[in-house]
Design a protein around this ligand. Structure first.
Ligand code: HEM
Length: 174
């Protein structure tokens, strides 16, 4: 096992740190999962909004999709962390000087810094919304918490997805 200090001084091994088929599978998984996540997130927001309007309890679709969204987001985060590690390893070899050079490139900075931080904030918003909804005393407060925090997450995710129309930063639809 190569130590962290050795990697910082000499860089990690050339090539992908994980098998190529695994990397391709994870990249496609990460790409496709965005749609499931977006669908679940939108249902969770709409259902919570409807409950707020009708004065309903925090139950049914709002509660179910609140949980499904959180699970899908965590899965996306997990895959994202592996992709981030691979991206960082292959482009910068975890060397500080190479990292400085690499982040002067828009695409690399986008994936290593901007996409990473915005998505992390979205994950935190979803966790916060879910926790606050569970801890709320009244149904209305719970639905409102989920509605607000999940909406913030939706906006962040929609902005931070590398949509094909983002020019150089963009990726495919799938
Ligand atoms: C939570 C919601 C997220 C969504 C919806 C999302 C979506 C996407 C999409 C659509 C791509 C392009 C995939 C392709 O090329 O086909 C991508 C790439 C990437 N994502 Fe995410 N992502 C999320 C979170 C994260 C997080 C939290 C991280 C880091 C921890 C991350 C790291 C990356 C990296 C490094 C790439 C580029 C992979 C490569 O080209 O090797 N993502 N993401």
């Amino acid at each position: 096992m190569v130590g962290f200090k050795t990697i910082l001084l000499n860089g990690a091994n050339e090539g992908l740190p994980i098998p190529e088929s695994m990397y391709t599978g994870l990249l496609h998984g990460h790409s496709g999962l965005r749609y499931l996540l977006l669908i679940a997130l939108i249902i969770a927001i709409v259902a919570a909004y409807r409950n707020v309007k009708s004065g309903g309890a925090y139950a049914g679709a709002a509660k179910l999709f609140g949980l499904i969204t959180m699970i899908l987001t965590d899965l996306q985060l997990l895959i994202g962390l592996v992709l981030w590690y691979v991206y960082m390893d292959t482009r910068t070899h975890f060397k500080i000087n190479q990292f400085k050079d690499v982040i002067s490139n828009n695409t690399a900075r986008y994936f290593l810094v901007e996409h990473f931080i915005m998505m992390l904030l979205a994950v935190l918003s979803i966790h916060l919304g879910y926790r606050m909804a569970k801890k709320s005393i009244t149904g209305t407060a719970a639905n409102k918490a989920q509605f607000r925090w999940y909406l913030i997450a939706l906006i962040l995710i929609l902005i931070a997805i590398p949509w094909p129309f983002y020019g150089n930063l963009g990726r495919g639809w799938f």
